[in-house]
Design a protein around this ligand. Structure first.
Ligand SMILES: [Zn+2]
Length: 277
């Protein structure tokens, strides 16, 4: 990236900023400015915009928009229709009016009818919007390593871990010091491939209240994600089951299971051989 700030709004462009490179100008702008200028936001549009649109085009479009007509309702509309991969920062009123069927205070608001998902990086940060359909999977990271006992690994580990959360804390009875505990949510998005919810970022003992309550909240969130994601995949399976799955579909399914860690390499290869016979 040549320029470190969006030339239109001066927002800092980091690896996590939704942004797009304008090839003609060899300059990168933030995606918020593109949307404000009225350009498409879908992943399919990105390639075209990148090739065709110039910085001048964007400035002209922004100028021609009547600033006064951008009322509160249209910004609300923008939030509602925004590409979920954008993780737009949301206004207070939008969050206040959001109809959630499930809430985990300070972290998650969810509407099970629309699949809309509001997320926060932590209690003191702003709400962002995504959609459950946009969530690929997640992992819990502690001191740089995947913390076992959560999520999709849980089913496989279930035979061993019968005590759930109690056992998980039992694991760490040796009183470790944790400097990092976060939930790493992987998204189906080119611009924002992941969203992190941070629980612990300073030295914290595993027998402390902070650690225990963090684990408790993590369990709530991952239980919710497990349920929502399995509902999702059963919807997908219903569609798939209506037709005879192709070898490619079947292979994909096992590849996904492998990626999720539900089966190992050997099991995957066995299935692959069977399918390709
Ligand atoms: Zn910008």
């Amino acid at each position: 990236m040549k320029n470190k700030e969006c030339p239109i709004c001066n927002k800092k462009l980091t690896m996590m900023t939704a942004r797009i490179k304008l090839k003609k100008d060899d300059i990168t702008v933030c995606k918020d400015c593109l949307i404000k200028a009225g350009y498409g936001t879908g992943i399919k549009d990105i390639d075209n915009i990148s090739k065709m649109v110039t910085l001048n085009d964007i400035s002209e479009k922004l100028k021609s928009r009547d600033v006064n007509s951008v009322s509160k309702s249209s910004s609300l509309e923008l939030e509602q229709n925004a590409d979920p991969s954008l993780l737009l920062k949301l206004s207070k009123s939008y969050v206040k009016n959001f109809e959630s069927t499930l809430q985990i205070p300070d972290y998650i608001k969810y509407n099970d009818k629309t699949g809309e998902l509001l997320l926060k990086n932590g209690p003191l940060t702003s709400w962002r919007k995504s959609n459950i359909r946009n969530v690929k999977n997640y992992e819990v990271i502690q001191n740089g390593k995947n913390l076992q006992g959560f999520g999709l690994g849980r089913a496989a580990a279930g035979a061993l871990l019968t005590g759930g959360i109690g056992l998980l804390i039992g694991f760490t009875k040796k009183k470790e010091v944790v400097t990092e505990l976060r939930l790493h949510i992987k998204l189906n998005s080119i611009d924002n491939p992941a969203f992190d919810i941070k629980f612990i970022s300073t030295k914290t003992k595993t027998d402390s209240f902070t650690y225990r309550s963090s684990i408790k909240t993590l369990e709530q969130i991952t239980n919710f994600l497990d349920a929502a994601l399995s509902e999702q995949s059963s919807e997908i399976n219903m569609v798939v089951n209506n037709s005879t799955p192709s070898v490619a579909d079947e292979l994909k399914k096992f590849k996904d299971l492998l990626d999720l860690g539900a089966i190992n390499e050997d099991e995957y290869n066995t299935q692959k051989e069977k399918l390709l016979k």
